[in-house]
Design a protein around this ligand. Structure first.
Ligand code: IPM
Ligand code: MG
Length: 365
């Protein structure tokens, strides 16, 4: 089959990890007889430097016409001035908003051979396998008013955590749909003891639950959830939450998997259904890690696994997605590790070597 992909490497380590995901896709295309047409564009700081904007109209349009988008990371100290008019992150946020990517799926799976790579005790994290559904285009990130101003008594700033019932309903539904295909247990994370937007969230979640009588719904306060994540993560299966809570909790959750370099993500414009193509943007959850850029040392697995999610959700190629996931597992089984997941007795490799090993496994399967 023929697929049109927009590739946005971005800043910092973005281009390095995206290159390895593309290597993997090339192996997939040979093995399964697909043709991936790649359209490389700029986003973030790279785009600010070259085009003066964090993402150009042309790039947004091309994304809209593609089957899926693969992104590396954005940001870096060069563009970090708090008074800057345009920031690399604006490019990512604009893409999410303009492409309608309201559902951010962040699976957290602890690979058995990496239980020693985490700071947490193996008996806590063994067998951990859950998924966060993060609302991605509402809440504090986009709510109005959002501004900073001068008053006679000093500077003030405001961000708004705003949600409509429609926005809540569509994301909670994604949670229920995924829960139906897993353990039929959905945890909705909020701060309903304090926030009005959370009280609406909880109410809507309860209403939507009537359509899913086979799924049990539990409410968890976000502070308690941050504790549960490291206290008893095996308890979790599908969690749904608003934008900012999801941002924070998923960084925390990545530590269960040993490293931020292990966690992929999919940002979708609809409810994922098996065998159906849902438009989406795929990126690792980690940032641009400027200190590591250009050193061929970071872990490309999060991006490679993001490409696997792209095969599954936007291209409806389940077999191919599983082949990539299996290849990653096999390479880890063989004892290869990037620095972030390195442990005694294993073989340390760089970014490109890790990508080569995974691509070779895909070809050889
Ligand atoms: C993430 C990142 C982004 C976010 C940043 C880069 C804007 O932290 O995808 O989790 O906050 O959503
Ligand atoms: Mg984040």
């Amino acid at each position: 089959m023929d697929f049109k992909l927009v590739v946005l490497p971005g800043d910092g380590v973005g281009p390095e990890v995206v290159a390895e995901a593309i290597k993997t896709l090339e192996a997939v295309s040979k093995k399964f007889g697909h043709n991936f047409r790649l359209d490389r564009r700029l986003v973030g700081g790279a785009s600010i430097d070259a085009e003066g904007v964090a993402v150009s109209e042309e790039t947004v349009t091309r994304c809209q016409k593609a089957d899926a988008v693969l992104l590396g990371a954005v940001g870096g100290p060069k563009w970090d001035d708090p008074l800057a008019k345009v920031r690399p992150e604006d490019g990512l946020l604009e893409l999410r908003k303009r492409l309608g990517l309201f559902a951010n799926l962040r699976p957290v799976k602890v690979f058995p051979m990496l239980v020693d790579a985490s700071n947490l005790k193996p008996q806590i994290i063994e067998g951990v396998d859950f998924i966060f559904v993060r609302e991605l285009i509402g809440g504090l990130y986009f709510g109005r008013p959002k501004r900073r101003w001068q008053t006679s008594r000093g500077r003030r700033a405001v961000d708004s955590m705003a949600y409509s019932e429609q926005e809540i309903e569509r994301i909670v539904r994604v949670g229920f749909e995924l829960a139906q295909r897993r353990q039929r247990k959905l945890i909705s994370v909020d701060k309903a003891n304090v926030l009005e937007s959370s009280r609406l969230w909880r109410q809507v979640a309860i209403e939507v639950a009537r359509d899913y009588p086979d799924v049990s719904l539990e409410h968890m306060l976000v502070d308690a959830c941050s504790m549960r994540l490291i206290q008893n993560p095996r308890y979790l299966d599908v969690l749904v939450t608003e934008n900012t809570f999801g941002d924070i909790l998923t960084d925390e959750a990545s530590m269960l998997a040993g490293s931020m370099g292990m966690l992929p993500s999919a940002s979708l414009a609809g409810v994922p259904q098996s065998g159906v193509r849902t438009f989406g943007l795929y990126e690792p959850i980690h940032g641009s890690a400027p200190r590591h850029a250009g050193k061929n040392e970071v872990n490309p697995i999060a991006t490679v696994l993001s490409a696997a999610m792209m095969l599954r959700y936007s291209l409806a190629r389940e077999k191919e997605a599983e082949a990539v996931e299996k290849a990653v597992e096999n390479v880890l089984d063989d004892g290869y590790r990037t620095y972030d997941i390195m442990s005694e007795g294993k073989t340390k490799v760089g970014t490109a070597e890790m990508g080569d090993l995974i691509a070779r496994k895909v070809s050889g399967q």
